[in-house]
Design a protein around this ligand. Structure first.
Ligand SMILES: [Fe+2]
Length: 337
């Protein structure tokens, strides 16, 4: 119902007749993003029309509209989602100008650029797991017998999990990943279900020893924005960044690109540059609890003590998209529902 309403509303927006405007298709859902877009409007005189829906809905709409589309910028979470849109020819190349040069090469390609960053890490219950037994953990270790029936994780159709497995595939190869997945599934504490916050809740309740979740969900729970119960639950768990003694923790991005049929490409380019300014980075990450892409940006106090960790920068995030189908197939085969 909500999506239908937004869809209808967006049709009105997109057909409006501003001479200087930008039609932004975004899957982000933070009210503070809208305040940021207002700042862009004030700065540039370019009116931003926001079309908000889930990434697959946006992708389908853009494909259906084809060359008639008025969309200028597509802003999505997960490199896999960006890759999917890229594969379907939805993006035009952008110019790597100004602030866009500051984005590390592994977090962008010719068609889209990383805007915010997140890590997919482990959360443990200190009443059930001693820090010393987990401090050096790697993703590879999650398949160890030691963690039999201990791990809470969401379903295999979740794109964040597919990206994580894609990264294992890239680093360790298919044979290793196949065996690793078989053992990992045996270590699930329950049938995969729920979102990332549900995994943290399971650990807080003592039902699972470990949860796999993205960093910003933990901070979101700590913030109290999801209610007192979730805040208390998050306070009962501890984050651990895996693979700190080798390649670093798995990171992913939300990112944006200019659409192929964009009628306002110059505005779209300006908007991308704006998203990578210090001002925009501060705003985007403060509300979403993600990590900034560029250096020297102050972050929300709830992530200040978890932002210094070794990141896996040896892998280009585009790889997640390229290997996602292969990852999903192996996950299914291993019995990951
Ligand atoms: Fe998310």
């Amino acid at each position: 119902m909500r999506v239908t309403f937004l869809f209808f509303l967006s049709l009105i927006f997109v057909s409006s007749s501003y001479s200087n405007e930008l039609n932004l298709f975004t899957s982000r859902h933070y009210p503070s993003d809208l305040i940021l877009f207002k700042k862009f409007e004030e700065k540039t005189g370019i009116k931003v029309n926001v079309i908000n829906a889930k990434s697959k809905v946006l992708e389908k709409r853009l494909l259906d509209e084809g060359s008639k589309s008025k969309g200028d910028v597509l802003f999505l979470a997960d490199a896999g989602a960006l890759y999917s849109a890229e594969e379907k020819g939805l993006f035009a190349k952008y110019n790597e100008s100004r602030s866009l040069k500051l984005v590390p090469a592994s977090l962008k390609n010719d068609y889209w650029v990383g805007v915010t960053k997140r890590a997919r890490i482990i959360f443990y219950n200190p009443n059930l797991v001693n820090y010393n037994e987990i401090k050096n953990i790697s993703y590879e270790d999650l398949s160890s017998k030691k963690w039999r029936k201990s791990i809470a994780i969401r379903q295999s159709n979740n794109i964040y999990n597919q990206s994580l497995v894609a990264s294992i595939l890239e680093h360790k190869g298919e044979d290793f990943t196949r065996e690793w997945l078989k053992k990992l599934v045996k270590n699930f504490s329950r049938k995969p279900q729920g979102n990332d916050r549900a995994q943290i809740l399971s650990v807080a309740a003592g039902e699972s020893k470990l949860a796999i979740a993205n960093t910003y969900y933990y901070a979101l729970m700590l913030s109290g924005k999801k209610g007192d119960d979730q805040k208390k639950a998050a306070q009962k768990v501890e984050p651990i960044f895996p693979n700190q003694n080798d390649r670093g923790a798995h990171i992913n991005i939300s990112g944006a690109g200019i659409l192929s049929y964009s009628p306002n490409k110059k505005n779209a380019q300006e908007f991308l540059e704006f998203l990578l300014t210090k001002e925009a980075q501060t705003n985007l990450c403060n509300s979403s609890f993600e990590f900034p892409i560029i250096q020297n940006v102050s972050t929300n106090k709830l992530i200040n003590n978890i932002k210094n960790f070794k990141e896996d920068i040896y892998i280009d995030v585009s790889t997640y998209g390229k290997r996602q189908a292969q990852a999903f197939k192996l996950m299914k085969k291993a019995g990951w529902n």
